[in-house]
Design a binder for this molecule. Sequence first.
Ligand SMILES: Nc1ncnc2c1ncn2[C@@H]1O[C@H](COP(=O)(O)OP(=O)(O)O)[C@@H](O)[C@H]1O
Ligand SMILES: [Mg+2]
Length: 288
Amino acid sequence: MSNTTLVPRDSDRKSLPGATAGPPGGTVGSSSSAELQTRVDPRHQAGANSTPTNSRGNHTLLAAKKLEKSYHKGKVEVPVLRGVDFAVRPGEFVAIVGQSGSGKSTLLHLLGTLDAPDSGEIVFEGNRIDNLPARGRDVLRNRHFGMIFQFYHLLPELTTLENVLAPVMIRLGVLSYLWQRQAHTERAKELLEMVGLSHRLTHKPRELSGGEMQRTAIARALIARPKLLLADEPTGNLDQKTGGEILAILKRLNREEGLTILMVTHDQAIARQADRTVRLVEGRVAAA
Ligand SMILES: Nc1ncnc2c1ncn2[C@@H]1O[C@H](COP(=O)(O)OP(=O)(O)O)[C@@H](O)[C@H]1O
Ligand SMILES: [Mg+2]
């Protein structure tokens, strides 16, 4: 791996401007922070008490508060989350575990603002995010969250390198992207080298193994230097050895780069490798 920092370290991190944070700015890019900030309804901003912070930066990065979510099957309401409470600190590697159907994916989707809770709050760096309008959610996902899924979700027509660059193209638009293409391409290649895929830059997803597709998805998730990686069963479709290799990459990113990771898994052996597990039972976090 090169010496380039692949994800922001704690010392590089500055909070999004929130009720407890300073003025806009920081490594996340002032325009996107400001963009996000203007779209946070000030009535819903977290107060100083809800996001504990100390001088060592041992604050809460992401918090779920009394999250509730039901699905509707015709007239029947199926409650899935019934008041989920937990918090993730910067630099933690947390596994969310629970039986199949216990609501792990539902929870991760809510935390990633891919879906909205029926009630409760999600707070990221002191800002409530569950009620952001679409544009604010897009900024959050494109700049601050990396996501990987069990089935990779790569774009089939794009090469490995293009898949990794896709979030940058979307964020910048084609013209700005072309202007800065070389720097972004260099970084994408570095990330692909880090996940061991330097020899697969021009392959399409159908020409890759499952493990290689997940490595590509990890590189894509890191291209924007996210503060939080959300992973839904990242090893769920892989054999044990390949799954172990993917987990080793995630652990290395956590230990060496300080990337905060929240990973859903139903596999106890995989979960044991995280710093801490959060268990979902009957729609709530079970006592440890
Ligand atoms: N879009 C949906 N519509 C209706 N029911 C859903 C939907 N998504 C998930 N469910 C139901 O919600 C429950 C939790 O699903 P999920 O969050 O995928 O669980 P897990 O990831 O823990 O296996 C399951 O009973 C599932 O059938
Ligand atoms: Mg699931």
